[in-house]
Design a protein around this ligand. Structure first.
Ligand code: SF4
Length: 125
């Protein structure tokens, strides 16, 4: 098994193995480098395109055995994920005045209406 030649069943039926090489010096497998992988290879490993913040949130829920309330209660500020455990980036938090909020709402309504109009006109073609 020096080349990590396990069959596909071990990897849940994935077509691609998560390990690319065997480190003979350390006698352990070396995981693939996702920076060097194509989207097709990532898909073959079972990954889908996802927002990193949502992935962190999912990991936190896993850390708390599926209990979202425990994620909310987590006080482990030494954990690098702590800031992002609610699935948002607090560094990007914006405080809007009621006027700004109303203006954004109006802009959003215009965009939604334009999109609907474009879709409706496409259906008539
Ligand atoms: S922030 Fe808390 S819940 Fe999230 S991974 Fe760290 S310890 Fe677990």
């Amino acid at each position: 098994m020096g080349d990590n030649g396990d069959d596909g069943a071990r990897y849940g039926g994935r077509r691609l193995k998560p390990h690319q090489q065997w480190d003979r010096g350390q006698n352990c497998a070396i995981g693939r480098d996702p920076r060097a992988m194509t989207p097709a290879e990532l898909t073959a490993l079972g990954f889908a395109r996802r927002a990193p913040l949502k992935v962190i949130r999912e990991k936190c829920i896993d850390c708390c055995a599926g209990n979202k309330a425990e994620v909310r209660r987590c006080g482990a500020v030494d954990c690098p994920s702590w800031l992002y455990r609610m699935g948002t980036n607090p560094w990007r938090q914006r405080r809007l005045t009621p006027e700004q909020r109303a203006e954004q709402g109006q802009r959003l309504r215009v965009v939604v209406q334009k999109t609907r109009n474009r879709i409706d006109s496409g259906r008539e073609d």
